[in-house]
Design a protein around this ligand. Structure first.
Ligand SMILES: Nc1nc2c(ncn2[C@@H]2O[C@H](COP(=O)(O)OP(=O)(O)OP(=O)(O)O)[C@@H](O)[C@H]2O)c(=O)[nH]1
Length: 423
């Protein structure tokens, strides 16, 4: 739960801050731009969309690609509606296009966020693009043939309370935005990620520009932001894939190597390893083993004393203490060891408490749980870790040599009975 909240904060904070900053730029700043700058700025969203499209194709991010297609169509249609050519469109076409974008746009963003990415990129891309093409065809059909009935239906106000005065979009559009917003909120709560935050931001941006279409700055400035957020999401997630361990969320070996290269002349390194983990896996299975590794990583991540945790590989972890000597790190490592040894983990099964407080109470009743574990309830488990520590000194001059010394200390901890810190 704690990790979910921090992931949620991590993925939404930047888009939220950028949305806030963009409001005054679109509302006041844009008016100060010269005509040339305004003209150039109208191209800015297309530049950001092109960059995001290229990255989506290179990294196979179809959900982002489909959202981009919705944004490109919306931006092109909205800028045509509000531009000089749009004025020659008849009123019926203008209303049809505006209503189509504001009803279908949000629903499509939500749809593509949920529509699983399956098969090859090309066939998936083909199916999803066909879904958009069919919609575009129907909109064209309505606009061409002046199906006033359809348009009239979509602008009907069923519930006056659902259509407040400040709303500049049709009632059906408002409902579409609410449905899409709820769906995207569920999506980001269940799967907090930078991409989902960027998709949610695209939806919010589509709402803002639909609402403020007649204020000149909003459309290019906010659409540019949408493109930038999608570019940022792909770059951020690709970076995470390379540097973060997927199972535990800790920085991985590549990140560790980068940090090792930056260390100064004064540091301590601790290597740690889960005790008898092979036996644990054999007894409880690999999936439960994974859950335990996640728990161990969560505890190691909280190390105090200036330590930085990494997953070294398998059931091995590393903590770097830049600028700290060995004696300083020992009490902090003892805390990590004790916390893990004292933690009774309830295995995720049907009985696992959904409620976090219940889980805490259960852990509080430690002695009863241990007895229960030994007698009949095999759904509560615990593990210990052994830790080896070494600092940069004497013959151990390079990070590799210090890691080797810490590994040797870890070997001594294992042979000294495990569940201990050795130097
Ligand atoms: N579930 C799970 N197991 C893993 C993972 N990575 C490594 N392991 C297992 O960790 C075990 C490591 O076993 P060993 O290196 O023999 O050491 P050990 O059993 O922990 O014994 P000691 O280190 O001597 O206490 C192996 O069974 C690996 O399959 C992982 O990501 N998930």
């Amino acid at each position: 739960m704690h990790r979910l909240i921090s992931q949620l904060k991590e993925s939404t904070i930047i888009p939220l801050a950028l949305l806030m900053i963009t409001i005054p730029v679109a509302h006041f700043g844009y008016q100060e731009f010269s005509v040339t700058v305004k003209g150039l700025f109208s191209l800015a969203p297309y530049i950001a969309f092109t960059a995001a499209t290229t990255l989506s194709l290179v990294y196979g991010r179809l959900r982002v690609l489909m959202t981009l297609l919705v944004l490109v169509i919306s931006y092109w249609a909205f800028s045509t509606l509000t531009g000089p050519v749009g004025l020659s469109w008849n009123k019926f076409t203008i209303e049809t296009v505006f209503n189509a974008i504001t009803i279908l746009g949000p629903l499509n963003i939500a749809l593509f966020a949920f529509w699983a990415e399956k098969g090859s990129l090309i066939s998936d891309l083909f199916t999803k693009t066909a879904a958009i093409a069919i919609q575009v065809f129907f909109v064209w059909l309505v606009a061409e043939n002046h199906y006033t009935g359809v348009l009239h239906f979509f602008t009907l106000i069923f519930w006056p309370s659902m259509h407040p005065d400040w709303l500049n979009i049709a009632p059906f559009s408002f409902i579409a935005f609410i449905i899409a917003l709820l769906a995207m909120a569920i999506r980001i709560i269940t799967q907090p990620s930078t991409t989902n935050a960027a998709l949610l931001s695209s939806l919010v941006i589509l709402f803002i520009v639909s609402q403020q279409l007649l204020i000149p700055g909003y459309l290019p400035v906010f659409m540019f932001l949408a493109g930038l957020l999608l570019v940022g999401a792909i770059v951020h997630e690709t970076f995470n894939m390379a540097f973060k361990d997927d199972l535990t969320g800790l920085p991985g070996r590549r990140a560790l190597n980068e940090q090792l290269a930056k260390l100064g002349r004064h540091y301590t390194i601790a290597m740690m390893d889960v005790d008898h983990f092979k036996k644990f896996n054999d007894t409880y299975g690999h999936d439960i083993g994974d859950q335990v590794l996640k728990m161990v990583a969560a505890k190691i991540r909280k190390v105090t004393g200036g330590g930085k945790a990494f997953r070294y590989g398998g059931e091995e972890f590393t903590i770097l203490f830049p600028g700290r000597d060995l004696q300083h790190t020992l009490p902090h490592l003892e805390i990590v060891r004790e916390v893990i040894a004292g933690y009774l983990m309830r295995i995720r099964d049907e009985d696992r408490p959904e409620d976090n407080d219940e889980g805490k109470n259960m852990r509080g009743r430690k002695n009863t749980r241990i007895q229960k574990t030994q007698k009949k309830d095999s759904s509560v488990v615990s593990v210990t870790i052994s830790i080896g520590v070494a600092q940069r000194e004497g013959m151990n001059k390079t990070p590799e040599q210090v890691i080797k010394a810490a590994d040797e200390a870890l070997y001594r901890a294992k042979h000294g009975g495990r569940n201990k810190v050795s130097t």
